[in-house]
Ligand binder design. Structure first.
Ligand SMILES: [Zn+2]
Length: 241
């Protein structure tokens, strides 16, 4: 195939632009910010769920406290009732003794129940503290997500702009190159890791980086400038510069 030396150089330029665009595409996919953002999102979700769990736990313990308060109230009521009977002059002496014992027992029971009540209150405090700290962490991660999202969007927009500029520079080359040459380049590019055209530099193909043997170098030197030369090793279009 034939192509003017100018077209061959344009093809190299196109190749450079396309490689640059591939690098940008790779950068877009592997932005370190994306990993940071994913981590912040995971942490946000974890702390949000833990805050909900702590709040549910707090409500459960509050129910437990209500029941415990009721238990204490019932005992207090019984003590009052017994006390009334004790204070009454109608109560028989035998009954008085029973009542005195019962009040003593009830007072012990009341103390026990109050003890339980206190423990429950301490557990509520712990649950409240937990909820607060998970909510604080959740909110901090939410702010981090907003910050990272803005940074990510900016990075994507900046890289996108650069890519667009390069893409625009490719247009005139794509329009001017011989379609047959372009097709050959694209075909080689697809099967050669995105590189279809390479420079012949100091006796080396900069596509596969292999040294070209002297016989081949001599042969290439004799090939007319508008003849397309291919690398013997990688079959890429070899542009003499
Ligand atoms: Zn090569």
């Amino acid at each position: 195939m034939q192509a003017t030396p100018e077209d061959q150089l344009d093809l190299l330029q196109l190749q450079d632009f396309e490689l640059e665009m591939s690098r940008i595409d790779y950068q877009l996919k592997t932005l370190p910010l994306l990993a940071d953002l994913a981590r912040a999102e995971r942490n946000f979700e974890d702390n949000r769920d833990l805050a909900i769990a702590a709040s549910t736990q707090k409500s459960d313990i509050e129910e437990e406290l209500k029941r415990s308060e009721l238990d204490v109230e019932q005992v207090v009521e019984r003590i009052k009732r017994d006390q009334k009977l004790l204070d009454s002059s109608d109560t028989a002496p035998k009954e008085l003794e029973i009542l005195i014992n019962e009040v003593a027992n009830l007072n012990r029971r009341k103390e026990e129940l109050e003890e339980i009540e206190l423990e429950i209150m301490v557990r509520i405090d712990t649950a409240v503290e937990n909820q607060k700290s998970f909510e604080k962490a959740r909110d901090e991660f939410a702010s981090e997500i907003s910050k990272l999202t803005a940074e990510r969007d900016l990075a994507i927009a900046t890289l996108g702009e650069t890519r667009k500029t390069i893409e625009e520079k490719c247009q005139p080359i794509l329009a001017s190159l011989d379609p047959e040459l372009l097709n050959l380049y694209k075909k080689i590019k697809e099967s050669n890791g995105g590189v279809g055209a390479a420079r012949l530099l100091n006796g080396k193909c900069d596509g596969c980086h292999l040294q070209i043997n002297t016989v081949e170098i001599t042969r290439i030197a004799e090939v007319a400038a508008n003849e397309i030369v291919r690398c013997e090793e990688c079959r890429r279009i070899l542009v003499r510069i």
